[in-house]
Design a binder for this molecule. Structure first.
Ligand code: SF4
Length: 62
C-alpha cells in the first residue's frame, strides 16, 4: 500500500500539510504525525506534497 511519509529532520513545522489534508497530517508536540489509514486521499496528499516548503513529504510503498 502507498502511504505518505514525512522526513522529520527536514520538516520546518509550517503546518501546510495539516491545512491541506487534516485527515492525514497533524502537528503534534513539535512533529508531524501521519494518521494510519487503510486508504489515503491521494489528491489531498499530492497537494500537501506540492505545497510543502521543505519538500519533505513523499509517497512510500509498504
Ligand atoms: S508542509 Fe512540510 S514542512 Fe510543513 S509541516 Fe508539513 S511536512 Fe513539515
Amino acid at each position: 500500500m502507498k502511504m505518505p511519509v514525512v522526513e522529520l529532520s527536514e520538516c520546518i513545522l509550517c503546518g501546510v500539510c495539516e491545512e491541506v489534508s487534516p485527515s492525514v497530517f497533524s502537528l503534534d508536540m513539535g512533529y508531524v504525525n501521519v494518521a494510519e489509514l487503510s486508504a489515503y486521499p491521494e489528491t489531498e496528499v499530492d497537494e500537501a506534497i506540492k505545497n510543502c516548503p521543505a519538500d519533505c513529504i513523499t509517497w512510500e510503498e509498504s
